[in-house]
Design a binder for this molecule. Structure first.
Ligand code: SF4
Ligand code: SF4
Length: 130
């Protein structure tokens, strides 16, 4: 399952992810990471049956962990196939087939919200985890 780990500025210098992995023995497969002076944000996959263990360990160290279980919703009826979403999605959820029809692979979505803001026809929406 995909999770997002938010790390606030006051604990940014601490190696909390490494500590959590060592403490729990649970591996994280990191697919996205962004750090700046104000915060850190990491998207990773973790085995579903190990989620609680990892979540508790990271939370005890001050991180905020969110399950990314409400991926992008595409309203095909509203879509005008402008392909604006294809270029902005960081995880390649959108693609065009040989007939230039939009294809959507929701399983790759990390719920960043970028495409929702870009879509000119309100064909894309996210759940509560945006
Ligand atoms: S940006 Fe919106 S309207 Fe354009 S192709 Fe993507 S979903 Fe369709
Ligand atoms: S929310 Fe982000 S990751 Fe998900 S489809 Fe849109 S741009 Fe891609």
């Amino acid at each position: 399952m995909k999770i997002k780990i938010n790390i606030s500025s006051d604990i940014l210098i601490k190696p909390i992810m490494a500590e959590a992995i060592l403490e729990t023995g649970v591996l994280l497969n990191i697919s996205q990471a962004h750090f700046d002076r104000s915060h850190g944000e990491v998207v990773a996959d973790v085995d579903e049956d190990k989620y609680e263990l990892m979540m508790k360990s990271l939370t005890n160290k001050g991180a905020v962990v969110t399950q990314l279980d409400t991926p992008i919703k595409w309203d095909e009826n509203e879509c005008v196939e402008c392909s604006a979403c294809v270029s902005v999605c960081p995880t390649k959820v959108f693609s065009l087939d040989e007939d230039f029809n939009l294809k959507v692979d929701e399983t790759k979505c990390i719920q960043c919200g970028t495409c929702v803001d870009m879509c000119p026809h309100n064909a894309l929406s996210l759940g509560n985890n945006k």
